[in-house]
Structure formats: C-alpha cells, structure tokens
Design a protein around this ligand. Structure first.
Ligand code: AMP
Length: 541
C-alpha cells in the first residue's frame, strides 16, 4: 500500500465552533430563555463564551474523559456546553428531564457525572435527588446572579459568574478523534436506559452526512427552529450540523405549544424546523384555530415516529411546506434514512407519490442497511418482505456504555424495528419487533393500522396492541382517543379500516380511552398499554 500524502488533522468538535465563529461571525443564535426574554447573539460571541467555559471546567475538577451532565431545554447556554465541554476532551451527557426520578438518578450515576449544568426550572428535580447522586460535586445553574433561585442544595454555582471569571484566551486542544465526546441514554421503555457514547469522529462525520442534499440539505441560507430537544440525540445532530453550515439557529426553550412555536417561526422567519409528529399536531391545530399561515417555512423534518398521511397533506397542500420524513435512533446518532423522492418519482402526480412519501426513506452515505429474517438471511428489496432492520456504519454504536458488544461479528446492529425495503431502496418501518402482532403465523403491522385509524376524522390518537386469542395466538386490539364531539363507534371505525387493509388484518375490537400513555421521548408507551389491557378478552374469544 502506498501511504497517502494527505493531512490528517483529528476531527474535533471544537473545529465546528471555531469555523462558525470565524466564517459566519454575524449569524445569530436566538433563544427563548427559561428566565423569560428572548436572547440573541452571534457565532462570534458564542465562540468566545465557549472558550471561557472551557477555561472554567478544570476549576470544577473536570479533566479529559470526565462526564458533565446537563438538564436543560434548548438554549444558547446549553449549546455552549456542547462545544465548551467536548472541546476540552470532557464528555457531555445530556439528560432527558422527562425521565422518571429513579431513571434520572440511575443515568447520572451510571454515567458518573461529576458536574451538572441545569436550567433554573430543573432545580426542584435535583433537590428531590439529594443524597442519591454518587459522583456529582457541583451543580451549575444556567442563569445570571439576579435570577439565581433559593435552594436547599450545596455546591450550587452561577453559570454567568463562572464564565465571567475567565478570559477567552484559550486554544482548543487536539487529541484522538475517537475519544468520547458525548453520551445520550436511550429512552428505556424496557428496563433501565442504556448509554450510547459518541466520539468526535462519529459526530463530525454524522454532521457532514446529515448536511448533504439527500439528507437535510443544510446551508447558510437556512434559519432553523430546533424544536427537537438538545437532550434527544443532540437535537438529532443539528446542534453540530447547524453551526457547521453557518445556519441561523432558533432555540425555543421550554415553550413547545403551537402558539409559541408559530410565534418564533414567524418572528425569526425560520425556513426549516425539526420535531416529532406530536409537536406538529399541536402546531397544525393552532394554525387551524387561529387561521394562521407559514409564509417563511420551507421544510419540516419529521421523525421519531411515523408521520401520519394527514400531516403530510396538511403541510404540503395547505401550507406549502415540504415534509421530510426521516428515521433514526439514539444508537445511530440518530440519522438512518431520509425520504427524498428520486427523479423517477418526481414527475408522478401527488396521489401516486403518496405511498412512497409515507415511507421512512432511503439511506444516506455512511449508513449500511439491511432486513433479515429470523435465521439472519437477507430479505429481498421488493417492498413486501418484512424483517428485522439492521444497520452499520460510521455513526452506529458498537456497544452500550458498560456493556459487551451490541453488534454481530460483521458489525450489524439490530435496531429492534421491523421494516420492508422496496425496489427503489425506500425503507418502511412496519413495527417494533416487540409490537408486531403475530396472528396465525402471519405478522400484522400495528403501525400501519394506527396510521389508518388516525386518518379517520374523529380519531385524535390511536394505538394497536396484540391481545391474546385462543385460535390465532394474537389479534389486534385498537385503542383510540377520539375528538370531544365524536359520534363514531367501534363498528364505524372497523368499517373505515376494513376498506383500507386485508380482512384478516382488521382489528377484532376497539376500546375508547381519554388518553394514551407516552414515554420520556413522547413515543407511545406500548409496554404500559399492554399492561393496562393484560386482562382484556376479545368478545368472541
Ligand atoms: P429513539 O432512540 O428514542 O430516537 O427511538 C428510536 C426509535 O424510534 C426507532 O427505532 C423507531 O422505532 C422509532 N422511529 C424513529 N423515527 C421513526 C419514523 N420516522 N417512523 C417510525 N418510527 C420511527
């Protein structure tokens, strides 16, 4: 082999903020703060404060490799930690504040967090965890002195004072690009959450990959409203990809209701926004109620769970906003697939495109994807065969923190999702492995039935779970939250579904509930639903 003559600087997360500070100095980061007012500054100012923060960390006892936890909404100080902490060689652990108390102390202890940086609003959570955190030596409240709340906690510091005491005369160190940069825990719907440890290298390559035109197509003309939380896979990696592309960033803080989101979209003239379907449901409901429009928004990235057809139609046909349906997971940084129509689909009319638009999309360079049966045989790309979805690549985990390998001998990571892949490479999630309904030897997709059910005008939210059946092993049970003025009943809903799927896939019964249980990342908690309905018996069984 002939050695190349190319330079090999380490891929460092600090290089992103250095780049943004130098080449996009005047581009703004706008944040709605927990203190109330909207804060705005530029990449130039942000870069300076990141270096001040980096100087402060050793004084809190933070060395390279040490873990620093955050408990915070999307905001500029939280973003400074992304660069200030990882840039020094310490490891940022973004904690999901919606975790149950026991899970929260579990992840803080499991990650061995030494210092926690928190928004004012989360102080009561930490007061409740007093005496349960093994390694935490300091808590830094991300505000200025005048907003510092009273607390029963010891060792509480003020973020602005910490930074103010430091100069910005700091040189980012260069070290091994494979060193850990940040940790995110999975939502832990079964058992304790598991830690995924990203590296500087994986983070940079993921940011490059997700910026490309077939992925999120980011550029300096974008103003991004980052609704997806920074504690959820680094805001889907856009906390890095945004500054890398000189994008203006708008960070909504704790206010996620339709009106607050619309307000920021309008005021800052955002062109792109990313969030899970639940958020978009709140926004579209607000738009309808208040007769508002979206004149600046060009595209929305929707992922985390399947995008309902009605949502795609509403954004694209009523508001002229392109929907980019994406699939990913914490373990893969998170980008896996993005739905971008290929040229041969673009000339089709809208209705003919819809079946493809509903899919989770095609893979991007950097991620290898396959579906396999129970014996690990690869399944064909015919859009029909469905099997376990496996991935490998530059930004896929090889093991959870503190655990043995989580991939097979060839590096394939089993996602726990069940999917089809069609002739054009479009992947479609049909279920989670544990949620699929196994009826008489056939598999029925719970997600497909849920998507159809929410298309009914009287259905707000729907879940389908497997309930035991003496003849078929399992049969689908539909559980529905209906609109307050709904006149629909089980027969009407089942009739609606039976016009859209094969007869044997139609659920055997419907239950109406006031609300459905959700986990810490907003996904339906089917484990809890199965528990709630464990004594359910079908009328004919
Ligand atoms: P998380 O690690 O919390 O981001 O959850 C990842 C899981 O969310 C995936 O394994 C899928 O089951 C689900 N998911 C993510 N995006 C989508 C999508 N676009 N459609 C359906 N399910 C999705």
């Amino acid at each position: 082999m002939l050695p190349s003559l190319m330079q090999q600087p380490s891929m460092m997360i600090s290089s992103i903020i250095e780049f943004a500070e130098r080449w996009y100095p005047d581009v703004e980061i706008v944040s709605r703060t927990t203190e109330g007012p909207v804060h705005r500054y530029t990449y130039k100012q942000m870069g300076k404060r990141c270096r001040q923060l980096a100087q402060a960390l050793p004084k809190l006892g933070i060395k390279q490799g040490d873990r620093v936890g955050t408990l915070a909404w999307n905001g500029y100080r939280h973003l400074e930690l992304y660069y200030g902490v990882s840039g020094t060689g310490a490891v940022l652990h973004t904690i999901n504040p919606r975790l149950f108390t026991e899970q929260m102390s579990f992840v803080i202890n499991h990650a061995s967090d030494k210092v926690l940086f928190i928004d004012i609003t989360f102080l009561p959570i930490l007061e409740g965890l007093q005496g349960q955190l093994d390694n935490v030596q300091h808590i830094v409240v991300m505000t200025d002195r005048s907003h510092m709340p009273d607390t029963t906690l010891d060792n509480v510091l003020c973020y602005e004072e910490l930074i103010d005491a430091e100069s910005s005369d700091y040189q980012w160190p260069e070290f091994d690009e494979n060193a850990a940069s940040s940790i995110c825990y999975t939502s832990g719907t079964t058992g304790n959450p598991k830690g995924v440890v990203y590296s500087h290298r994986s983070t940079i390559i993921h940011a490059l990959g997700s910026s490309t035109p077939n992925a999120l197509a980011l550029s300096a003309t974008d103003c991004i409203l980052l609704v997806v939380p920074q504690f959820h896979v680094n805001a889907w990696g856009v906390a890095y990809a945004g500054p890398m592309n000189g994008c203006k960033l708008v960070l909504p803080g704790p206010a996620m209701d339709g009106q607050s989101i619309h307000d920021l979209l309008e005021r800052e003239q955002c062109t792109l926004s990313l969030a899970v379907p639940t958020i978009w449901m709140m926004l579209t409901a607000y738009l309808k109620d208040s007769n508002a429009s979206l004149p600046y928004l060009k595209r929305v990235v929707i992922g985390g769970s399947a995008v309902p057809e009605a949502m795609i139609r509403s954004f694209e046909l009523e508001y002229d906003v392109q929907v980019i349906h994406a699939w990913g997971m914490t373990e893969i940084s998170p980008l896996g697939t993005v739905n971008m129509l290929l040229p041969q689909l673009q000339h089709l009319d809208y209705e003919a495109q819809m079946p493809t638009k509903l899919k989770q999309g095609r893979t991007v360079f950097g991620i290898d994807l396959r579906i396999v049966d129970d014996a690990n045989n690869c399944l064909p790309h015919d859009g029909k065969a469905f099997g376990r979805l496996q991935v490998r690549g530059h930004w896929v985990t090889s093991a959870y923190l503190g655990e043995e390998s989580s991939v097979d001998a060839d590096g394939w990571f089993d996602t726990g999702d069940v999917a089809t892949i069609d002739e054009l490479g479009f992947m479609m999630i049909t279920d989670r492995t544990k949620d699929v309904i196994k009826s008489g030897g056939e598999w029925i997709s719970s997600i497909e039935l849920e998507n159809i059910a929410v298309g009914h005008p009287s259905v707000i939210e729907a879940a389908v779970i497997a309930a035991p059946h003496p003849k078929w092993d399992e049969r689908p049970l539909l559980i529905v939250v209906s609109t307050p003025d709904s006149k629909t009943d089980a027969a009407d809903l089942l009739d609606y579904i039976s016009q859209r799927v094969a007869k044997w896939q139609v659920p055997d019964d419907v239950r109406f509930v006031d609300k459905l249980p959700h986990g810490a990342t907003g996904k339906l908690n089917k484990l809890k639903l199965r528990e709630d309905f464990k004594n359910y018996k079908f009328p004919d069984a």
